[in-house]
Design a protein around this ligand. Structure first.
Ligand code: PMP
Ligand code: GLN
Length: 427
C-alpha cells in the first residue's frame, strides 16, 4: 500500500499544533519592525559582573587541556560542589553534590528533565496561571495533562502589588485527585513578580502532602526579591524535601542568560530520574562554562553578605529600576502591578487601548495586537500576557502586557520619552 510522505513528516501530536513560542515569534517580529526599545524578552542590556566572564576566559585558556573536553555528564564537579556549598545552608541540609544536584542546559532543560522524567501518559500536573510558557508544552510532550488555576487580583486599582494576586484555596484543592502527579510552583513569579508568602507555600505544601504529589519549584529569580520580603524555598517546609525538585539558573543568578546553565536539586531518588532523561538527551553541558559558573559562585561565597556580593546587590539595583519604570508606566496611563521580585512589570492597558487602531493587526488576541501595534507606533517592544495562559484561559490575560526592567537607566528614561512622544502624537 502506498503511503503519503506528508503523513510521515508531520509533527507528532505530543508537541502540540506546532505554533512558535512567543520568544521565537517576537524575536522574528523585531528583526522586521525594529522598535527602538526592547522591553520584551527578559535579559539585561548591560554587563554582568566582570569576574564571571573572566572566569570563563581563564577556564577556556587553561593549561589543562581537559578544560575544553567533555566533563562529568550530570554536572562538572567544581560546579556541583559550589552549588552544594551555596544551597546547603540555605535549605538547612547537607546536599550531596553528586547525587542530589544535576546541571542542565538552562532552567529549561531542568524543567524538561523533571517533567519528562516523572510524568506519564494520563498524569495530571497542576500549574498556576499565568505560567512560564514552556511548562504546558513540556507536560504535553510527556503525555500528561496540565490543570490550571489562575492567580487573580483581589481588586483592580491603581496601586496594585503582586501580593494582591492570589489563588482561591477551595478551587486549588478541587484540582487535586489521585491522577495528580506534580505541582509546579514559580516563585518569584514570571510574569507577575509575586513572591509567595510562607502561608501561601504552606497551603500548597499541605495539599502536595495530603495528595502525595511531587512539587517542582522554579526559583530562577531567587536572588531578585525586594526588601523587606525574603525568598522562601518550599523544599525547606516540613515534609517537602523528599517530594520537591528545585530549579535554578546561572543565567538569572549572574545576568548571563546566554550561557544557558541551569540546575535542579532535590533528593537523590528524584534527581536520578532527571539524570536518565539528561544522559539520553544532551548527556552533558559545556565544560568551561560550567567551570566558570563554579568559580563565580565560589567567588561570591567568599564575599557572602557583603554589600558587593552580587546575589544581594542585584536585588537592590533592580528595586531602583522597578520604581523608575513603574512611575513612568503609571504616568502614561498604564495600571501596573508592582512586582515584589523578578524583573518584569505586568501592566493593564485598557485606559489607553483606544489610542491604537488594532484592526490592522491580524492576531487572535487583543494583547498580541496591542503589543505589535504599540511596537510599531510607540517603538517599544513588550510581551503579551496571553502567552502565559492556557488556550482556554487566554481571556484572563488579554488586557495585560509585560515590560522587562533589567535595562540600562537611560533605556528606562527613554521609555518615558517615547511614551510621551506617542501620547502627543495620538492626542
Ligand atoms: N523559568 C522561568 C520562570 C523563566 O523566566 C525562565 C527564563 N529564563 C526559565 C525558567 C528558563 O531559564 P534558562 O534561561 O536558564 O533556561
Ligand atoms: N525567561 C525570559 C523571559 O521570560 C526569557 C525567555 C526565553 O528566553 N525563552 O522573558
Amino acid at each position: 500500500m502506498q503511503t503519503n510522505i506528508s503523513d510521515k513528516i508531520r509533527l507528532p501530536a505530543r508537541y502540540g499544533t506546532g505554533e512558535k513560542s512567543v520568544w521565537i515569534e517576537y524575536n522574528e517580529f523585531i528583526t522586521e519592525v525594529k522598535p527602538k526599545l526592547n522591553l520584551g524578552q527578559g535579559l539585561p542590556d548591560y554587563h554582568c559582573p566582570s569576574h564571571v566572564p573572566k572566569a570563563l576566559a581563564e577556564a577556556a585558556l587553561s593549561e589543562n587541556p581537559l578544560m575544553n573536553q567533555y566533563t562529568r555528564g550530570f554536572g562538572h564537579p567544581r560546579l556541583v560542589q559550589s552549588l552544594a556549598k551555596l544551597y546547603s545552608p540555605l535549605i538547612n541540609r547537607e546536599i550531596n553534590p553528586m547525587s542530589e544536584i544535576i546541571v542542565t542546559v538552562g532552567a529549561y532543560e531542568a524543567l524538561f528533565t523533571t517533567i519528562l522524567g516523572h510524568v506519564e501518559p494520563g498524569d495530571e500536573v497542576i500549574v498556576i496561571e499565568p505560567f512560564y510558557d514552556c511548562y504546558d508544552p513540556m507536560i504535553l510532550a510527556a503525555g500528561g495533562k496540565a490543570k490550571f488555576i489562575a492567580l487573580k487580583p483581589k481588586k483592580i486599582h491603581d496601586k496594585m502589588t503582586s501580593a494582591e494576586w492570589y489563588i482561591d484555596e477551595k478551587e486549588l484543592e478541587s484540582l487535586f485527585s489521585d491522577r495528580t502527579k506534580m505541582f509546579i510552583l514559580n516563585t518569584p513569579h514570571n510574569p507577575l513578580g509575586k513572591v509567595f508568602t510562607r502561608e501561601e507555600l504552606e497551603k500548597i505544601a499541605n495539599l502536595c502532602k495530603k495528595y502525595n504529589v511531587l512539587c517542582v519549584s522554579d526559583e530562577v529569580y531567587e536572588w531578585m526579591v525586594f526588601e523587606p520580603l525574603k525568598h522562601i524555598r518550599i523544599a525547606t517546609l516540613p515534609g517537602m524535601w523528599e517530594r520537591t525538585i528545585t530549579i535554578g539558573s546561572a543565567g538569572k543568578m549572574f545576568s548571563v542568560t546566554g550561557w544557558k546553565v541551569g540546575w535542579a536539586y532535590g533528593p537523590a531518588n528524584l534527581i536520578k530520574n532527571l539524570q536518565i532523561v539528561h544522559q539520553n538527551c544532551v548527556y552533558t553541558h559545556c565544560t568551561p562554562v560550567q567551570e566558570a559558573v563554579g568559580r563565580a559562585i565560589e567567588f561570591e561565597l567568599s564575599r557572602w553578605k557583603t554589600p558587593e556580593c552580587y546575589m544581594f546587590s542585584l536585588a537592590r539595583e533592580l528595586l531602583a529600576k522597578r520604581d523608575v519604570l513603574d512611575r513612568i508606566l503609571k504616568d502614561n496611563g498604564f495600571l501596573t502591578t508592582l512586582p515584589e521580585g523578578g524583573y518584569f512589570i505586568t501592566a493593564e492597558y485598557s485606559n489607553i487601548a483606544n489610542k491604537l487602531d488594532l484592526s490592522t493587526e491580524k492576531d487572535k488576541y487583543k494583547d498580541t495586537r496591542f503589543t505589535k501595534k504599540f511596537a510599531k507606533e510607540a517603538s517599544i517592544l513588550t510581551i503579551p500576557m496571553t502567552a502565559f495562559y492556557s488556550k482556554d484561559h487566554k481571556h484572563l490575560g488579554e488586557n495585560y502586557i509585560r515590560f522587562c526592567f533589567i535595562k540600562k537607566d537611560e533605556v528606562l528614561a527613554q521609555t518615558g520619552t517615547l511614551l510621551q512622544e506617542w501620547h502627543q502624537k495620538t492626542k
